[in-house]
Structures are given as C-alpha cells and as structure tokens.
Design a protein around this ligand. Structure first.
Ligand SMILES: Cc1ncc(COP(=O)(O)O)c(C=O)c1O
Length: 372
C-alpha cells in the first residue's frame, strides 16, 4: 500500500522502478541521415551484398504474415564463424540470436546484473553499456585508457578483478571510439583469472583491424567468456538488426531466457542467411576499408593534423577549431562525423568512420578546406 502511494500520484504518470527513474533514454542523433555521407556511426557505407537485396525482393507476403522461423540460422552462423577462423568444435547452441548486439548487451545485463553488483569496464567506450548497468541498479567501475595512445589499462583491470571480482567485465575490443586493441590471449587470461565474473568481449569491429578470441577460446575452459559479433558494420545490415552472442551453451541459454521468442524478425533472418552466404562481399568491403584507412592516415599525416587510429573502421581527429563548429560545417556539406565533445580523455575531437577510398577523399578534401 505505501509503495502504491509512493508510485502513483493522482494526475501524474506512474513512476517506473527507482533505477529507471534515474536514467535518461539512450538516444543517438540518427535522424535525417539519408543522402548524406554517413561517417558518424561506423556503418558499412556502401550497403549489403546483392544477395541480400535479392533475398529482400523475394520476401513473400506469407512470410510477413507468419511469425519468424529460425531453423538452420544458428548452424549457418556457426559455419560462417568456422570458415572465418573460429576454433573448431563450436556448436549451434553456443550461438544466441539477438535484435542487434544492443539487444544482446541488454540481455546480458538482465540475466546477470543484479542491483548493487558491479560492472567493470573502461572509459571512454561504447555508450550503451552504462545505461544497461544503470537499469539494473548496478555500480559502474570505469577504468580510463592510458597515455597518449589510449592503451588498455591492463594492470588496473587485473588488480580490480583480483581485489573485488565484479559481476561483469565488459571489454570493447577493438574499443569504440579509441580503437584500443587487446590481444586475444590477454582477454582469455583475464577470463581465466576471474571465474566468478562474466567477461564479455564486444568484437563488433574486429573484422577490420582487431584481435578476436574466437580462434583460440575454449569455452569449456573459460565458460565465463562471452563474445559479441554483428553483421551491422561489416555486412551492411545495421537497419535490419541482427547480432550474435557466442560462448558456453549455458551462458547463451541464460541470456536467451530474457529475450522474447520472436525478437529477431523474419526480414532480418532472410537477410542474414543471404549475407552469410556471401562472405566474399564482406571480405572485399573490409579490404577496401583498410586501403581507405591507409590513404586517410597518409593524408592526415601530410596535413599535420592531430589524429589517432588503431583498431576498427574509424579514427579520431582533433580539429584546430571548436569541434561543434567543424561538425556543423561538415554537415552543411553533406558529411556526417561524430563529435566526441564532453567525452572523458577525448573531449574536443570527432570520430570519423572509414568508408571507401573515394568517400574518404571527399571527407579529407572538405575537412582540410574547413580546418586548414
Ligand atoms: C562497440 C559496439 N557494440 C555494439 C553496437 C551495437 O551494434 P548493433 O547495431 O549490432 O546493435 C555498436 C554500434 O555502434 C558498437 O559500436
């Protein structure tokens, strides 16, 4: 009764859980981006394989009317992972299917994070981990990257794991936005050192320049290790929302328990089968991004522009003028980048995604004219 009085004030909307009342909705500036050169969200900048477009054209009204079917999808993901270097022996029940990796992140927190427990992570890093911890009423211990090259704070994380084993350790590898890379054997060693902690490695960008644990991880030895992969950034399926969590079958089972039965829709399923069947398209796109990366770095070096680039399909640039002004001026020219204003350690810079060489030529030309 007293709880009801607290939660329901006549005429006011009912209050949510206390932890939720303290949150702000996670929102990113995602509107009005079509027709622009989108270098702000690290998406694939040329779109998916023609096989995906064909699968969507062939999508029938019957398929729209019935609930999604997932038969064979986990098997197809396993097959693709094995072909792209994953350790032999991976089974379909070790792959969870989610409505984007965002949904997998949310599910991990729902399944494993209780109020008062700790999320250990790094800062600055991908922005959706903290709100998910906040929803659960968890405490966040965020360890800063180190030095001018934003090195991974390995000793501090090791110390923290040993002294106060947290419920969850989240490592974005390579890190968005600093690109920081942690070698796979060190990630696995962290998991082995803290069997009571679920160690989650977000490998969204590893296909570009990164270090995956999947070729070497043995989930029977480190059952507390979980890996995220997505087709959003490499295969160009960001708009359809599909992501994978790969790990010990029991962990995958627990995070699947807090996921709705049809959260991945039928269109995403059809597109995923098609995208997985055309790995050569993804390989060619990644190769082009790596060529464009080299071209862009050389251009920034030649111009004497302060920048930082490590793993992933993005880099950081520190403009001479205020970042908000450069961001707005580029937008006027139809080019979107992501301002990092206010972010710890990288305030004043912007992140630019790496697309194709011609797209990067357009960006660099415009940028150097604005901020010579
Ligand atoms: C590090 C990282 N993890 C997860 C996500 C979310 O990925 P998805 O589009 O699969 O939900 C993003 C998207 O930008 C990201 O940068």
């Amino acid at each position: 009764m007293s709880d009801n009085i607290q939660r329901f004030t006549p005429g006011a909307a009912p209050a949510a859980r206390a932890a939720v009342e303290q949150l702000k909705a996670y929102s990113a500036p995602l509107e009005d981006r079509r027709q622009m050169l989108r270098l702000d969200f690290n998406e694939n900048t040329i779109g998916p394989s023609p096989l995906v477009a064909q699968a969507l054209r062939n999508f029938s009204t019957e398929e729209i009317a019935v609930y999604p079917e997932y038969d064979g999808l986990r098997e197809a993901v396993v097959q693709n992972l094995l072909e792209t270097g994953c350790r032999q022996g991976l089974k379909p029940d070790q792959v969870g299917l989610f409505n984007g990796v965002d949904a997998a992140i949310h599910a991990v927190f729902q399944a494993f994070g209780d109020a008062g427990e700790t999320l250990l992570t790094t800062v600055p890093t991908f922005g959706y981990y903290s709100p998910c911890a906040g929803m659960q009423g968890m405490t966040i211990e965020a360890i800063p990257y180190e030095g001018e090259r934003f090195d991974f704070p390995l000793a501090v994380i090791q110390e923290s794991l040993a002294a106060r084993p947290p419920r969850l350790l989240l490592i974005c590898n390579p890190n968005n936005p600093t690109g920081t890379r942690l070698p796979a054997d060190q990630v696995i060693a962290l998991a082995a050192s803290a069997p009571g902690t679920l160690v989650v490695v977000d490998e969204l960008y590893e296909a570009f320049t990164g270090d995956s644990v999947l070729p070497s991880a043995d989930f029977t030895v480190t059952p507390n290790l979980l890996v995220f992969r997505s087709l959003a950034k490499t295969a160009g399926l960001a708009g359809l929302r599909i992501g994978f969590a790969i790990g010990h079958a029991d962990v995958v089972d627990r995070i699947s328990r807090v996921t709705g039965p049809y959260d991945v829709n039928s269109v995403a399923v059809a597109a995923t089968f098609a995208a997985l069947a055309d790995q050569s398209y993804v390989d060619a796109y990644v190769a082009e991004v790596l060529r464009a990366r080299e071209w862009t770095l050389q251009a920034l070096r030649n111009a004497g522009m302060r920048h930082h680039c490590d793993g992933g399909n993005y880099l950081l640039v520190w403009p001479q003028q205020p970042v908000a002004e450069v961001d707005a001026a580029l937008r006027e020219l139809g080019i979107l980048v992501r301002s990092m204003a206010g972010k710890p350690l990288i305030d004043g810079c912007f992140r630019v995604s790496i697309g194709t060489t011609s797209q990067m030529q357009r960006f660099v030309e415009a940028y150097l004219r604005l901020d010579p």
